[in-house]
Write a protein that binds this ligand. Sequence first.
Ligand SMILES: *Cc1c(COP(=O)(O)O)cnc(C)c1O
Length: 473
Amino acid sequence: MLAESGRSVGELLAELAGMKAADLPVRGGKVTAYVYDTGRPEVHAAAQAAYAEMLEVNMLDPTAFPSMVALEKQVVGAVAELLGEPAAPGVFTSGGTESIMLAVKAARDARGVAGAQIVVPVTAHPAFHKAAHYLGLEVVAVPVDLESFQVSPAAVAEAITDRTVLVVASAPSYPQGVIDPVAEVAAVAAARGVFCHVDACVGGWLLPWLREAGAEVPPFDLRVPGVTSISCDLHKFGYAPKGASVVLFKDAGLRRKAYFASAAWPGYTIINSTVQSSRSAGPLGGAWATLGALGREGYRELGRQTLEATRLLVDGVRAIPGLRVLGEPAASLVAIAGSPEVDVFVLADEARRLGWFLQPQLSYAGIPANIHITVTGVTLQGVGEMLDVIAKAAEAARDRGPAVVPEGLPELIAGLDLDALDDATFVELAASVGIDLRSREQPEMAAVNAVLDALPAATREAILVRFLSVIYS
Ligand SMILES: *Cc1c(COP(=O)(O)O)cnc(C)c1O
């Protein structure tokens, strides 16, 4: 792949543009997950310029590049101020997963018990499972109420043991966009002397602006007694380029437990605040510039638009036959379930045909399959069209009928020793049931999702790993 002689920037960018042709658009609001568009190109341009300015600064050594310390203090300080504790210590990280990883590490190292456990609602982000997996902890999952999709503080209390190091509440949880009873969960944790992390990755930089726009938002941040850490992604509703999140701690002692230092080699001394060591300050520059380009007024206006668009979407979806909104969305994340007549996976494929990406979510822990829409600042401009597309796609899904899972296939897959199959055999197996993993065309995802939906979580995970391996082979 590596060319013998170097190529011009024009040539390289032309090739990039070609490769990106099949990507989903990152602007415009027709992709209702993954990307966050302000609808203001000048804000994204400011982020891009500052990102490039900081691109080659290495965050490995704060004494070598004091600019990045100053920037990080400002960005962390802005999050701490918005979340009510302006002096709260924090760390700028690459994303929600890394923020959560650090909060879990801090709790583990501060408690220092053998066989440590974390108590996590089933609706909490998989980043907690990933942190537990990487850090050698055990996850104790707690169910949620199947009407409100909130975790019950009593169930959390029951799950706490002498080995629990951390309890988690989400504000809001991603799947249904509802806020766990943070005050009660934190009180239950505090009563047992256990740390409590609020996952406000998606809500931390959103809920305060929605509150200003008139939404009812219960207390969820570090001001709530018992809350000891909180994560807030700037690359979501901060609208910063990817690679930007902040984790805040109750005090500097707990933050130090997130840090890592090593002098156990004959090279330069290592002091890391994050999982990564050498890393670009580009994302930090991008986040800093986005905050600066929007200011309080900009976020307030985006919050107002987001709230209005969410209300229009929720009311509109409630009027479409065969669809229902799960729970009462407390922020701007909306989960839409179907019915026996309207299969949401087919609906998502039909919407894709109309140029819109709606994110499918599989059934889990008694929660039905649904499609997820993250409403952002730009959504309001096109919310009428979005509702038309959902209504049309629902009608088309009704006409087509539900995706059919071949008889006996889930049992067959669940019984396979997936580790014993090589990737080529896996591809053939998928082809034999009509799923072409090698095709360059956008696949019919409904069939894939229906099969996955019929499988237990552990088998889904094994299949997903195979799928990734095939994509990259
Ligand atoms: C997005 C999200 C995360 C994980 O964030 P990444 O930035 O994708 O690593 C964690 N928790 C919640 C609630 C989220 O919405």
